[in-house]
Every structure is written in structure tokens, then in C-alpha cells.
Design a protein around this ligand. Structure first.
Ligand SMILES: [Zn+2]
Length: 230
């Protein structure tokens, strides 16, 4: 076993107290997703959307990585083979848990993207008062988040890692929503073993060779221990 690709989702951040939108009612912290997570919502009410992500940044700064993040950081440090951690989460808890080989397919709350010059900047302050872009000076910064209707980041890199994978692991995500749902199918197609670690059986469970059910903070450290002991 050499090459591992890991996909993480909302379930791993939920145990650190961070919420994402709920598919059941389409709400994210009581806001309809069309309001706060679409380009149309931003065009309609930029002030509301900037305030929403200002709040997310504050929540993220107050949150701490949990045992699952820490275990994946350890795996990244100690695993000699290829490894790519793909997260759907917009927080920086994987980074703070020690993971380096990491990609944020849905963007990052702690990053601002300039629509005038395309530069991206680490960002911890408010975006609400229209601060100038540090690169070009335009007041054109928006949260560096992939909204509904926008293309996730680095899909080519993700699929090329999956094409080389021996093991594909999905953690804390239903695996039922595309494009992420396509990852397990592609991993299976190239002959990788596929493992799901999730709180409950998901609509995507049928795609996996193996499913383990429970909280990520318990399952992930156990699994990492197992992988590194081989
Ligand atoms: Zn700029």
C-alpha cells in the first residue's frame, strides 16, 4: 500500500463545534444557502454575505482541531508513501492539526479572493467595509469560497491523485453529492480499496468496499494507528 487519498467533510469539523449547511433544510446557521452561498446571493446583498463569512472566520478562530484532525496530521507526517488530503471544509483545522499535503476543494474561509486581479490573500479581518486588495488596491475582495454553482478547486489534481491511489478513504461526509461522489466511484474503477468512516450509513455507503460507523474523533485515530502499524 503506497498511495492514499482521503476526502473529509462536515462530520470532522462538526466535532469541533463548526456547522455547515444542512442538506435536509438547506439552512446554514439559519440562513438559506441561496442567500449566503451563491454568486447570486452575493450580488443581491454583499453586506449580508460578507457579515456571514466574517462570523464564520470568528467561529473558526475560536475552534480547535479534534482527535481526528490530529490523527490525520500524524499520518501525513509519518506516512512514507504518497498522500493527498482533500477537504470539503473551509476551516483551517486540518492545518492546525498538522496536515501539510492538503487541498481545500471548496475554498477557505481564512482567504480572500480579489475579483479585480485574481490574487488570493490570507485573511482574518472583516471584508465587510470593502478593504483594498493588498495586490492591486481595488475594493473587490470576496470570501475565497466555492459557492453553489461554482467549480470546485483543483479537480484535475484530485482525479490524478485518485488515478494512482491504492486506498481511498472518505471521512465525515455523505459521499452522495457530486463531484465528491464521483471520487469513490473513480477510486473503485482504478482498483483502490475504498473505506468510509462516517457517523451513520450514508446514501453513498453502497459505493464503498468497507464502512465503519462512529464519530470521526474515535474512528480516525484507530484507523491511522492501524495503517501506520502495517
Ligand atoms: Zn486585487
Amino acid at each position: 500500500m503506497q498511495n492514499i487519498v482521503i476526502l473529509t467533510g462536515a462530520g470532522i469539523s462538526a466535532e469541533s463545534g463548526l456547522k455547515t449547511f444542512r442538506a435536509e433544510d438547506g439552512l446554514w446557521e439559519n440562513h438559506p444557502v441561496e442567500e449566503v452561498a451563491t454568486p447570486e446571493g452575493f450580488a443581491r446583498d454583499p453586506d449580508l454575505v460578507q457579515r456571514f463569512y466574517d462570523d464564520r472566520r470568528a467561529q473558526i478562530r475560536a475552534a480547535k482541531p479534534n482527535a481526528a484532525h490530529e490523527a490525520l496530521g500524524r499520518l501525513d507526517r509519518e506516512w512514507g508513501g504518497e498522500l493527498l488530503l482533500v477537504t470539503q471544509n473551509i476551516d483551517d483545522l486540518h492545518e492546525r492539526g498538522g496536515a501539510g499535503r492538503l487541498l481545500h476543494m471548496h475554498g477557505e474561509a481564512l482567504s480572500a479572493w480579489c475579483r479585480a486581479c485574481d490574487a488570493r490573500h490570507s485573511w482574518e479581518r472583516t471584508l465587510r467595509d470593502g478593504p483594498p486588495c493588498p495586490a492591486c488596491g481595488a475594493a473587490a475582495l470576496r470570501p475565497d469560497i466555492v459557492w453553489f454553482g461554482e467549480m470546485p478547486y483543483q479537480m484535475e489534481r484530485i482525479f490524478s491523485a485518485i488515478a494512482q491511489a491504492d486506498l481511498f478513504v472518505s471521512i465525515g461526509t455523505s459521499g452522495a453529492v457530486y463531484p465528491a461522489a464521483g471520487f469513490v466511484q473513480e477510486a473503485a474503477r482504478v482498483g483502490a480499496h475504498t473505506l468510509e468512516l462516517n457517523l451513520e450509513r450514508s446514501a453513498g455507503s453502497g459505493f464503498f468496499d468497507e464502512t465503519r460507523l462512529g464519530p470521526a474523533s474515535a474512528l480516525v485515530p484507530q484507523w491511522v494507528e492501524q495503517v501506520l502499524a502495517k
